[in-house]
Design a protein around this ligand. Structure first.
Ligand code: IPE
Ligand code: IPE
Ligand code: MG
Length: 247
């Protein structure tokens, strides 16, 4: 029985989020510049996207560039942005062929204008696809997103379009960048780091966390299957007792 066969397709996570980490270390181990690691990570993006779509996962969200990543050397940022543009241009056809919609979350206005334009074009070009939504988190951080949400809501209160008493969790979530997406049930981080690095803090309140020592450029379909099998072996109690769940 292969790993893939062990997956119960009836109990798939609807939304998987991945913190793609370890490109720099992967390259360093090979005596190559960090940017070589980023380039090599594109194959892993393709593999995870394909694997998730083939299984029937509805949403895949990839952390590609954080707000904090703007602090990296300019050379590395430029290389990452170039790679991003190149990849989205190259993959439009594949996304359409596979009926995958591209989406982006984060402070997109901060992206260089050619990247922003390219991104909006491919988001537009794939808007009609409905097999899976692939979301790239770009210039994204969760605290940024939460404060932006708060500003939007505060403005509504100020303009008397919203009563403070009516504000609830559901409404709050509907103003996040991830509005209309279910919360991720499974969050994967590669490269052996055990942290969240400002990713989807609100949305992962009850996600199952999966950490693997694999560096991102080594991540393949099998690794996604392994994470899903692990996820399916867990008991998600949501505060209840095990006995309550079984009753
Ligand atoms: C993840 O790999 C890619 C981005 C954050 C853009 P890193 O570049 O963080 O690689 P490490 O963690 O330094 O090995
Ligand atoms: C998190 O990786 C951000 C992305 C994967 C885009 P980092 O490599 O930037 O995270 P830290 O700084 O080590 O926590
Ligand atoms: Mg890193």
């Amino acid at each position: 029985m292969t790993l893939k066969d062990k997956i119960d397709l009836e109990r798939l996570p609807r939304h998987i989020a991945i913190i793609m980490d370890g490109n720099g270390r992967w390259a360093k181990m090979r005596g190559k510049p960090r940017t070589f690691g980023h380039k090599s990570g594109v194959k892993s993006v393709r593999e995870s996207t394909e694997a998730a779509a083939e299984l029937g996962v509805e949403y895949l969200t990839l952390y590609a560039f954080s707000t904090e990543n703007w602090k990296r050397p300019k050379f590395e940022i430029d290389a990452l942005m170039h790679l991003l543009l190149q990849t989205i241009n190259k993959e439009t056809e594949t996304l359409n062929k596979n009926n995958i919609r591209l989406n982006a979350i984060g402070n997109l206005d901060n992206l260089p204008s050619n990247i922003h334009k390219g991104l909006m074009r491919i988001i537009d070009d794939t808007a009609g696809n409905d097999r899976m939504t692939l979301t790239l988190a770009l210039s994204y951080s969760s605290r940024w997103e939460i404060v932006e949400t708060l500003k939007k809501l505060a403005l509504q209160v100020k303009n008397k379009q919203l009563n403070v008493e009516d504000l609830d969790q559901e409404m709050f979530a509907s103003y996040l960048d991830t509005a209309n997406m279910p919360d991720p049930e499974l969050l994967i981080r590669t490269s052996g780091e055990y942290r969240i690095s400002n990713f989807l803090l609100w949305q992962i309140a009850y996600a199952e966390l999966y950490f693997t020592p694999k560096l991102w450029p080594d991540f393949r379909k099998e690794d996604l299957y392994e994470a899903i099998v692990d996820y399916q072996g867990r008991e998600r109690r949501f505060g209840k007792t095990s006995e309550q769940l079984k009753a």
